[in-house]
Design a protein around this ligand. Structure first.
Ligand code: HEM
Length: 434
């Protein structure tokens, strides 16, 4: 493990503040902190976080590509994501590395390929329309909580294939509570001692009850006679080669998909509405696309929202051996983190980066390492296609019905919420029926 005693001469420059201070600064103000550090120390800089970890942040696309193309035995994403382990579990796709990761990824992939996604299309459109029909009109409201509810519903149905009933009714608010936490509560994930107190205790008690409910669902599903006919991820895992998965492995993959798969897309949607409301010209173009069923343009709106307003600030890989990156020889144990935010806002890579311009994604692919909202390489987000399809379905349901304007022109700033960056006032808009 790279510790503070490591040979710091080999490291990129960075601040000397105590790790706990740097951790808190990161959790509370990661965007401002990283922008400041880039301006002060240059394109590659080192910070130190809880557990005496060294984190080297990368902002150049060629360095990002080095990380994403790196060997999975050297670049451990699972260890890089260790902060999520107390919630996701040790078998989670996000937390495992090498053989265990590859095996889990192979089992889960079929549920996210093109054919599977087409199968989820009608359900996504139906749930998106049910919500859009109920949007309040003529008054400002925050879109983010609504989007959280819609995307949670979609993921619960797709991942679990769960029917209505008391278990689902209890699970819904409890799952929301797991992710409905600010930076201070997230600190309890890194410092187990905190879990005996107040908000941290409540957070882990809630997680424990969610586990009980998930195990009950897994036990019931194993008894279901129609597994082969069901399209949901849990049933697929129980049939297609997944028979050998333990209940704990199933629980860990399920909770990972539920948590990684809903708030992220909800946040991208809230930012999409935030941007569209402030750009009537682009909104009109998007409404036209919604009316015409032009999925490419609607996906381009979501992609551009994810570029301008990254949902997740950076990805992480832990080095298992000394490795040369960005011209430095970094010790084993260092975490290397391509910065999504700093790459996406670099004017050398994106013309006029503050401008919201979905056309950037029409008829062209961004150059490798310049648009990385879903990370990359063998660890690229397994739900990338799923979330873009879902985002387009929700945008279509809303934009065919309403015209949006902001309650204030001043943009909302990104606020840390669990591991995401959400609009500080919830992405407030005023909807008017078209
Ligand atoms: C806008 C929506 C989303 C964003 C911005 C997002 C972002 C990310 C990022 C940055 C990573 C890490 C990639 C890396 O380390 O290179 C990731 C991984 C992952 N995401 Fe997503 N994600 C989204 C939606 C989803 C959805 C809908 C699902 C599932 C239904 C999902 C499930 C996962 C899983 C399981 C991983 C771990 C993959 C692995 O390590 O092999 N995500 N996501």
């Amino acid at each position: 493990m790279a510790t503070l005693e490591a040979n710091t001469a080999t490291l990129p420059p960075g601040p000397r503040l105590p790790p706990i201070v740097q951790t808190i600064l990161f959790l509370v103000a990661r965007r401002q902190l990283h922008r400041h550090l880039r301006n002060r120390y240059g394109e590659t800089f080192t910070t130190r976080i809880a557990g005496d970890r060294l984190v080297v942040t990368l902002t150049r696309p060629e360095h990002v590509r080095e990380v994403f193309a790196g060997s999975p035995t050297v670049f451990h994403a699972g260890e890089g994501n260790a902060i999520l382990r107390p919630v996701m579990g040790k078998h989670s796709l996000l937390i495992t590395d090498e053989d265990e990761h590859l095996r889990a990824r192979k089992l889960l992939m079929p549920a996210f390929n093109g054919a599977a996604l087409r199968g989820y299309g009608d359900l996504m459109a139906e749930l998106a329309a049910t919500d859009a029909e109920r949007w309040p009109t003529g008054r400002a409201f925050p879109t983010h909580p609504r989007m959280n509810a819609v995307t949670l519903e979609i993921i619960l149905r797709v991942v679990f294939g769960m029917g209505e009933g008391p278990r689902l009714a209890e699970l819904r608010p409890r799952l929301r509570r797991i992710s409905d936490i600010g930076p201070l509560t997230v600190l309890g994930w890194s410092y187990p001692n905190l879990r005996r107190f107040g908000r941290w205790k409540a957070n882990f008690e809630n997680l424990h009850r969610v586990d009980e409910l998930l195990y009950e669902e897994i036990a019931d599903r194993k008894q279901a006679g129609d597994l082969a006919d069901r399209g949901d991820v849990l049933s697929r895992l129980l049939t297609a080669g997944g028979g050998e998965l333990s209940d704990q492995e199933l629980r860990d993959q399920m909770i990972t998909l539920l948590l990684a798969g809903h708030e992220t897309t909800a946040t991208a949607l809230a930012w999409s509405f935030h941007e569209l409301a402030r750009r009537p010209d682009i909104q009109r173009r998007a409404q036209q696309a919604a009316d015409d069923g032009d999925e490419d343009y609607l996906q381009a709106v979501a992609k551009e929202a994810m570029r301008k307003r990254p949902v997740i600030q950076n990805v992480a890989r832990m080095l298992t051996e000394p490795t040369a990156i960005a011209g430095y020889r970094l010790p084993a144990g260092t975490i290397v983190g391509p910065s999504i935010s700093l790459v996406h806002s670099d004017a050398r890579l994106h013309d006029d980066p503050q401008d919201f311009r979905p056309d950037r994604f029409i008829g062209k692919q961004p150059e490798a390492g310049t648009w990385i909202p879903f990370g990359g390489g063998v660890r690229r987000c397994i739900g990338a296609g799923f979330s873009l399809q879902e985002a387009a379905a929700v945008l279509r349901a809303v934009l065919t019905r309403y015209t949006l304007r902001p309650d204030r022109m001043k943009p909302e700033f990104p606020k840390p919420r669990n591991i995401t960056l959400t609009p500080a006032r919830g992405g407030r808009v005023i909807a008017t029926p078209r």
